[in-house]
Design a protein around this ligand. Structure first.
Ligand SMILES: Nc1ncnc2c1ncn2[C@@H]1O[C@H](COP(=O)(O)OP(=O)(O)O)[C@@H](O)[C@H]1O
Ligand SMILES: [Mg+2]
Length: 241
C-alpha cells in the first residue's frame, strides 16, 4: 500500500532523515521505533506532505504522491494523527471530529461520525463537551477519531503513548488493534518501543535519521541490542548484569 524508497529530508543543513526505505502492505500494522530526535516525526510529516523531501519516492497505492499537497494525500486515503494530538481545546468533541472531514460531503461526514462515535462510546458521551476538558487518553481517542472521519486506508500515528499512563496506553493500543482487525492499515512511530512492538506485526528501528534494523515484532523484542537500547530499565538491568 505504501512504499517509501530512499527518502531524504533536510531542514536547512540538517539531514533529518537519510535514505529511508519502508514498505507497508494492506492491512498491516507496522511500527517505527527510535529515540527522541531520530527522525520519526519527519518521516510521517513527509509521507503526509507537510515537509518537502530532498530525495526519494513515496508510492501510495501505486502512485507517486511525493509532489502532492497534503489535502490531496488525504483524499487519496492517508490520514495523520499528529504528535501531541493537536486537538482544538476550545471546540467541542463533535466539532473536533468534524474538522477532519472538511474535504468530504456533509452526508458522508454525518454517517461516518455515527460509526466513529459507536466505536468510541466515551466520545459519544462527551460529544458536546469542550475537547480541552477531556483526559489525555480521551484526547488521544479524539485525535484518532478526527483522523478517521476522512475514511483513510492508511493511518499514520505519531507517538500515541506520549504523556499517557501505562493503562491508558493499553486502551489506546487496543483500539488501534481493533481498527487493524477492521481492515485499516496502520503505520505508527514511537519512542515507547515496548508498547508499539507488542501490538504491531512488524517494526523498523530508526537512529540518527537512518533505518538500522527491521523485522517481525517478536524478533525485535527478543533482540539483545533492541532490549538494551529501547526496552527500558528492567531490560537494561538484566542485559548489563
Ligand atoms: N522544523 C525543524 N527545523 C530544524 N530541524 C528540525 C525541525 N524539526 C525537526 N528537526 C530536527 O530533525 C531531527 C529529527 O527530528 P524529528 O523528526 O522531530 O524526530 P523524532 O520525531 O524522532 O523525535 C532532529 O535532529 C530535530 O532536531
Ligand atoms: Mg517526534
Amino acid at each position: 500500500m505504501l512504499k517509501v524508497t530512499s527518502l531524504s529530508v533536510n531542514y536547512g543543513f540538517v539531514n533529518a532523515i537519510r535514505n529511508v526505505s519502508v514498505h507497508i502492505k494492506k492491512g498491516e500494522f507496522v511500527a517505527l521505533i527510535g529515540s527522541n530526535g531520530a527522525g520519526k516525526t519527519t518521516l510521517l510529516n513527509s509521507i503526509m506532505g507537510l515537509v518537502p523531501k530532498k530525495d526519494g519516492e513515496i508510492i501510495f497505492k501505486e502512485t507517486d504522491i511525493s509532489k502532492n499537497p497534503p489535502h490531496s494525500r488525504i483524499s487519496y486515503g492517508i490520514s495523520l494523527v499528529p504528535e501531541g494530538r493537536r486537538i482544538f481545546p476550545n471546540m467541542t468533541v463533535m466539532e473536533n471530529v468534524e474538522m477532519g472531514g472538511y474535504s468530504k460531503k456533509r452526508s458522508e461526514v454525518v454517517s461516518k461520525m455515527d460509526e466513529i462515535f459507536h466505536f468510541f462510546p466515551i466520545l459519544q458521551e462527551r460529544r458536546t463537551q469542550l475537547a480541552g476538558m477531556l483526559s489525555g487518553g480521551e484526547q488521544q481517542m479524539l485525535a484518532i477519531a478526527r483522523a478517521l472521519i476522512s475514511s483513510p486506508d492508511l493511518l499514520l500515528m505519531d507517538e500515541p503513548s506520549m504523556g499517557l499512563a501505562p493503562l491508558v496506553v493499553k486502551e489506546v493500543y487496543e483500539k488501534l488493534s481493533m481498527l487493524k482487525n477492521m481492515g485499516l492499515t496502520i503505520f505508527l512511530v514511537e519512542q515507547n518501543a515496548m508498547a508499539a512492538l507488542k501490538y504491531a506485526d512488524r517494526g523498523y528501528v530508526i537512529e540518527n535519521g537512518r533505518i538500522i534494523m527491521q523485522g517481525k515484532s517478536d524478533e525485535l523484542i527478543s533482540d539483545n541490542e533492541i532490549k538494551r537500547a529501547y526496552l527500558g530499565k528492567e531490560y537494561k538491568e538484566k542485559w548489563e548484569r
